[in-house]
Design a protein around this ligand. Structure first.
Ligand code: 5GP
Length: 200
């Protein structure tokens, strides 16, 4: 049976707090992009700990990505995994895509499981920003993307991130085994959820 981990709101808060100094030191993000729905709460908590006196709060943009496992059948030759966008960057708040050119952007999600979602997010965001950069001119600075997740499952990954990103622009608050993690925002009965977490 797959091991189950129960994570409380208190745990999430403290994991964000513990990771914040390193995120500030290594990336100094100017914008966060939360991958919905699991990235929303961590991004909001993180924002409190990234706030610098005299500077405004770091804006948070939300994108929605859904992972569909396509099952093999006689008609479908390829067994694959598909990510679909349910929501993308809000350009009415962000302004044009060119506003991301040269920015330090932190992508936030709750868990890096197969890495398929993160690969898609990084590739698509880099593509969109690169297109905008080309329009500005070849000398315009590149945007720099980094990643924060609460949990990274230590397992073979289906999705790939650039080596340089994994080595120096990727922070996981916790590296864990291939368990199923129950997050508090998914709980129907939060007291029961917290009870499970306490028993562990
Ligand atoms: P990926 O396999 O692309 O890394 O993860 C895709 C999505 O699956 C995650 O963003 C998350 O929503 C969901 N997921 C993967 N593993 C877990 C888990 O252990 N617990 C929960 N609650 N969701 C998970």
């Amino acid at each position: 049976m797959v091991e189950k981990l129960y994570v409380t709101y208190n745990d999430v808060h403290k994991l964000c707090q513990q990771a914040a100094p390193k995120i500030l030191e290594d990336f100094k993000p100017q914008l966060m992009i939360a991958i919905g729905g699991g990235g929303y709460v961590p991004a909001r908590i993180l924002r409190s700990f990234l706030k610098q006196p005299g500077s405004p709060n770091i804006p948070i943009q939300a994108i929605g990505l859904s992972l569909y496992e396509s099952l093999g059948s006689s008609e479908v030759e390829e067994i694959g995994t598909k990510v679909t966008r349910t929501q993308w960057l809000d350009l009415s708040a962000l302004g044009e895509m060119g506003n991301l050119v040269g920015k330090r952007v932190l992508i936030v999600d709750e868990v890096d499981d197969t890495r398929t979602t993160l690969e898609y997010a990084v590739k698509e965001l880099e593509k969109d920003v690169e297109e905008a950069r080309q329009k500005i001119g070849p000398d315009a600075p590149k945007a720099e993307f980094s990643i924060f997740v609460l949990h990274n499952k230590d397992k073979p990954k289906k999705g790939q991130l650039p080596d340089e990103m994994v080595n120096s622009r990727y922070i996981a608050a916790v590296t864990c085994g291939d368990a199923w993690i129950n997050y508090p925002w998914e709980a129907i009965d939060i007291d029961e959820h917290d009870g499970h977490a306490q028993k562990a």
